[in-house]
Design a protein around this ligand. Structure first.
Ligand SMILES: NC(=O)c1ccc[n+]([C@@H]2O[C@H](COP(=O)([O-])OP(=O)(O)OC[C@H]3O[C@@H](n4cnc5c(N)ncnc54)[C@H](O)[C@@H]3O)[C@@H](O)[C@H]2O)c1
Ligand SMILES: [Fe+2]
Length: 382
């Protein structure tokens, strides 16, 4: 195995109030004339899709819109968006939303230049050509999909989520303007914020962690500890929302390079099987998977380091895990998998599929199928 470490992030990112306008000016400066916006019905409803469309049109661009991305986007969403892109001869893609809109846009922009079907690119670096330039306007904090080289597309027929990990899907520009998040409802603030926390923790205990990803993960945890519950309680809290933009971006830098672990490997299966929200699945699984990870002494020690960043008094893995349960309670996350509607008779197939998900490869402990079932059982009965 090579000892070389790569570090991957978009070449340009804009943060802060006014980042939207900055991005629109940047696009105009590059002389692009035809854009496809990829978004979802929720973003249309809050008027953000029309707002961005108007901003681009005011700068001379012709703008087409694909706005039917569904949560946990599927192959049909990719095909329909690509059809729209081709009909309008779009040169760039502008995604607006959370992970679902960005992932759909990434798949569309990849197929536009590489051809074929999205399933052809499942796995690591399977494409040959750069995607169309993607400008990712992020509205949740969040998956960090606006900066990552991951795109997750559901195969509804097989009831699984495909992970496409490819440097070519990294957006050209990532945009985090907190004004787009002031109206994000508390339940979505909690779910997406706890997804970001999961990214930090899985990256910190990952076997591929390095000093850069460690720094990102720990600072991300600090900001989340300081600001997530504040943003949950008051969505218009400017400082909390701004902190969460930076926190989820730091979390993204960490996991984009150190990868993830069994929380995501299992959560992807729950999302694919029952159409459950990604962040909620992660939040419910996170303390239980970390408890099983303490079987690895190094991971146990690292969880102890995380504890103080989470605001615990003791620097122990037990204290860290207890804070994770407290966060879930403070933000009304369902207590267990039973409350999420997961069925014990599905544990076997869920565990089998989780073992196939590339995210588990960097988990500090490689669990056997029976152990994954034991995690599911514990998270169900908790
Ligand atoms: N590519 C990656 O690196 C990566 C990483 C983690 C997760 N994911 C994927 O991301 C998806 C989940 O993304 P998500 O959690 O961001 O949610 P989402 O994109 O599915 O959005 C959930 C809902 O929130 C609404 N919404 C989004 N922003 C809003 C705002 N500012 N105000 C009001 N409503 C808003 C949307 O309209 C939608 O109805 C999953 O499919 C998951 O697998 C991808
Ligand atoms: Fe995630």
């Amino acid at each position: 195995m090579s000892s070389v470490t790569g570090f991957y992030i978009p070449p340009i990112s804009f943060f802060g109030e006014g980042a939207l306008e900055e991005a629109a000016d940047f696009i105009k400066g590059r002389d692009y004339v035809r854009a496809l916006i990829v978004t979802d019905p929720g973003i249309v409803k809050i008027g953000l899709s029309d707002k961005v469309k108007a901003m681009l049109e005011a700068r001379g661009l012709t703008v087409a819109v694909y706005d039917q991305t569904q949560p946990n986007p599927n192959i049909a969403n990719v095909i329909a968006g690509l059809k729209e892109l081709k009909a309008n001869n779009s040169e760039i893609v502008v995604s607006i939303g959370g992970g679902s809109a960005h992932d759909n846009a990434k798949a569309i922009a990849l197929l536009a230049t590489n051809g074929g079907e999205i399933g052809d690119y499942e796995g690591v670096n399977r494409s040959k050509k750069p995607s169309l330039p993607l400008f990712a306007i992020n509205t949740t904090a969040g998956t960090a999909s606006e900066l990552t080289r991951f795109t997750i597309i559901s195969n509804e027929e097989k009831k699984v989520k495909m992970a496409i990990i490819d440097n070519n899907v990294t957006p050209a520009v990532a945009i985090n303007d907190p004004t787009t998040m002031y109206g994000l409802p508390p339940s979505l603030t909690a779910a997406t914020g706890l997804d970001a926390l999961t990214h930090c923790i899985e990256a910190y205990v990952s076997i591929a962690a390095n000093p850069i990803t460690d720094a990102c993960a720990l600072k991300g945890i600090d900001l989340i500890t300081e600001s997530l519950i504040a943003a949950y309680k008051d969505g218009k809290d400017k400082k909390a929302r701004t902190d969460m933009c930076y926190a989820e971006y730091l979390a993204g830098m960490a996991f984009n390079n150190a990868s993830l672990g069994y929380v995501h490997a299992i959560a992807h299966q729950l999302g694919g099987f029952y159409h459950l929200p990604h962040g909620v699945c992660n939040a419910v699984l996170l303390p239980h998977v970390q408890q099983f990870n303490t079987a690895c002494p190094k991971a146990k020690a690292r969880l102890g380091e995380i504890a103080t960043h989470l605001g615990a008094k003791d620097a122990t893995s037990e204290a860290a895990i207890e804070v994770l349960h407290q966060f879930n309670r403070a933000m009304n996350i369902p207590r267990n998998l039973n409350e999420l509607g997961v069925k014990p008779e599905d544990f076997e197939i869920l565990a089998e599929n989780a073992m196939e998900d590339a995210c588990h490869l960097t988990n500090p402990v490689q669990f056997k199928k029976e152990e994954v079932i034991a995690i599911l059982k514990q998270a169900y009965e908790y």
